[in-house]
Design a protein around this ligand. Structure first.
Ligand code: GLU
Length: 475
C-alpha cells in the first residue's frame, strides 16, 4: 500500500502551532514511507472565508519546508460530490430524511438533559414514512447509526478506543439548506483523495467514531488513524491564545528559524531515544507512528530557544545576513550598506555563536552597521564612568600609535593598559572599550570587532565615549 497522508486545515487566518505539528507529522510520515502528502483546504465556512486566510496556511507550510504533492483541494469545491453521497446513502436506506421542527429538537434536548442521556435526537424519523412529512419543513438528512453494541477505533497512538453505540446519534449529513456537514465532507474527501493514514489531534477522536459510520455505510475502506495528544501550555492547559504566541507566524516574527521550529515540534510529541537535535533529513529517516507520545506535551519555550541557538550556529552566514535584514530595518531602521555587509561577513561566526533568535542576532549586529556618534544603552552607560575615562584615554593614545591595526595588536595594547591602570584586570579595560565601540555591554570578540571597524572608526568611537563621560559627569 502506498501511503497518502493529508493536511486539511480550516483557514482561520493563522497557522496554530498544533496544526503545524500535525502538518509536520503527516509530511514526515509520507516522506518516510515514500508516499504522498496532500493538502485540502476545509473552506466550507463561506461566511468567514477569505483568500488571505488560505494564503497564511500556504505561507506557513512553505516557510517550514513542508512541500505537498498535490494541487491543493478545496472542500467547498467538492460540495456537489458530498451532496451526491448523501443522496446515495438515502437511496440505499442508510440515511433518512428528518422533518423535525426546531421546537421539537429543543424539546428533545431538554428531555435528554433531564433523563441524563448523552444523545438528544430520539430517532423519530428513522423508520417513519415520508408520506407523513409535514408541509413547509425542509428536511435534513441523517445517517443511521448503530443502535446497540460498541464501536472500536483501533488507533496507532491511543490503542483500541471503544464507545458504546448509545453515545452515537443519527447525526446530520446534509442540512436543510442542502449544505453538507463537516462530518460527511471529510469522509468523502478523504476517501476520494485515497487517504490511507489520518494523523491528527485527539480532539478529533470523537468525530472518528461518527466518520467511521459513514465509511461503513458506503462500504469504503477506513484509513489508519493516529490521534496525537494536544499541545499544552506550560501551565498544563490547552495551548491557546492566552499563552501568547500560538501561531507559526508569531515564531517567525520572533526570529525563529523554520528548522528549529520543526525540530522542536517534532520532539514535542514524538521521540527517538533521547535525541533532541533531529534535523529534517534525519526526521524523515526516523519518523514512525510508534514514536508518537501518548501523553500530552507541554510547550517549553526555553527548549525551543536552545534549539534555535543551535540551528543559528549551524546556519550559513549569508543566509543569516539575509534573514536579519528585515529585523534590522524594522527594529533599528538600518539598511545594510556595502561596508556593513563586509563587517557582518567577517564577524558573523562570532555573532551567531551567541544568538538565541534572529532578533538578538540583529540587535547584536547593529554596532557594525552604524557609525559614531550613536547612543549608549543602559548597560553601556554603567561602564562609562569617570574611572573608565582614564582607561579609554589610555586605549585611545595606544591605538592611535598602531601601524598595524590587527586584533592581536589591539589586544596587546589593551593588556598593557590593564597592567598600568587596572591591576592587570583585562575586564576593567574591555568593558568600557566594549561600551564605547558597541554602545552596549554585550558583544562577541571585542578585539576582532575593533579590527573590523577599522582604526579611524574605532578612534571616533573612543572619542565619542570619552566626550559622553565628560558631559554625563557634568550633570
Ligand atoms: N479542518 C480540521 C481542523 O482544522 C481538520 C479535520 C481533520 O483532520 O479531519 O481541525
Amino acid at each position: 500500500m502506498s501511503v497518502i497522508t493529508r493536511f486539511p486545515p480550516s483557514p482561520t487566518g493563522f497557522m496554530h502551532i498544533g496544526n503545524a505539528r500535525t502538518a509536520l507529522f503527516n509530511y514526515l510520515y509520507a516522506r518516510h514511507t515514500g508516499g504522498k502528502f496532500v493538502v485540502r483546504i476545509e473552506d466550507t465556512d463561506r461566511a468567514r472565508h477569505s483568500e488571505e486566510a488560505v494564503q497564511v496556511i500556504f505561507n506557513a507550510l512553505e516557510w517550514m519546508g513542508l512541500e505537498f504533492d498535490n494541487e491543493p483541494e478545496s472542500q467547498y469545491a467538492n460540495r456537489q460530490r458530498h451532496i451526491d453521497i448523501a443522496n446515495e446513502l438515502l437511496a440505499a436506506g442508510k440515511a433518512y430524511k428528518c422533518y423535525c421542527t426546531p421546537e421539537e429538537l429543543t424539546q428533545m434536548r431538554e428531555t435528554a438533559k433531564i433523563e441524563g442521556r448523552p444523545v438528544a435526537y430520539d430517532n423519530r424519523w428513522r423508520d417513519r414514512d415520508e408520506s407523513e412529512a409535514p408541509e413547509g419543513i425542509d428536511p435534513v438528512i441523517r445517517i443511521k447509526s448503530p443502535i446497540d453494541g460498541e464501536t472500536v477505533v483501533d488507533d496507532q497512538v491511543q490503542g483500541n478506543v471503544t464507545v458504546d453505540n448509545k453515545q452515537l446519534d443519527d447525526f446530520i449529513i446534509l442540512r436543510s439548506d442542502g449544505v453538507p456537514t463537516y462530518m460527511l465532507a471529510v469522509v468523502v474527501d478523504d476517501h476520494d483523495m485515497g487517504i490511507t493514514h489520518v494523523i491528527r489531534g485527539d480532539d478529533h477522536l470523537n468525530n472518528t467514531f461518527r466518520q467511521n459510520i459513514i465509511y461503513d455505510a458506503m462500504g469504503w475502506n477506513k484509513p489508519i488513524y493516529a490521534h496525537c495528544p494536544l499541545i499544552h501550555g506550560t501551565d498544563g492547559s490547552k495551548f491557546s491564545k492566552r499563552h501568547g504566541s500560538i501561531s507559526v507566524e508569531d515564531y517567525k516574527d520572533m526570529g525563529f528559524l523554520p528548522e528549529a521550529l520543526c525540530n522542536y515540534l517534532l520532539r514535542l510529541g514524538w521521540g527517538h531515544k533521547d535525541e533532541e537535535i533531529i534535523p529534517m533529513d534525519k526526521a524523515i529517516e526516523l519518523f514512525d507512528l510508534k514514536g508518537i507520545n501518548k501523553a500530552a506535551s507541554k510547550f517549553d519555550f526555553k527548549k525551543l530557544e536552545n534549539l534555535n541557538a543551535h540551528y543559528i550556529k549551524e546556519a550559513d552566514n549569508h543566509r543569516l545576513i539575509d534573514l536579519i535584514s528585515p529585523f534590522l530595518k524594522a527594529n533599528h531602521d538600518i539598511i545594510i550598506s556595502e561596508e556593513g555587509l563586509m563587517r557582518l561577513t567577517v564577524m558573523m561566526d562570532a555573532l551567531k555563536d551567541r544568538a538565541k533568535t534572529l532578533i538578538q542576532l540583529a540587535d547584536e549586529s547593529k554596532f557594525l552597521l552604524v557609525n559614531a556618534p550613536f547612543d549608549f544603552d543602559e548597560g553601556a552607560q554603567k561602564h562609562l564612568t569617570p574611572d573608565a575615562k582614564v582607561i579609554l584615554q589610555g586605549v585611545l593614545t595606544a591605538i592611535k600609535e598602531l601601524n598595524n591595526f590587527t586584533h592581536e595588536e589591539i589586544e596587546h595594547k589593551c593588556r598593557n593598559i590593564a597592567q598600568v591602570e587596572a591591576d592587570g584586570k583585562l575586564g576593567k579595560v574591555m568593558m568600557p572599550v566594549r561600551a564605547a565601540l558597541t554602545g552596549t555591554d554585550k558583544s562577541p570578540s571585542l578585539f576582532e570587532a575593533a579590527e573590523v571597524l577599522g582604526q579611524e572608526e574605532t578612534i571616533k568611537r573612543l572619542n565619542h565615549a570619552i566626550a559622553y563621560i565628560g558631559s554625563a559627569t557634568k550633570h
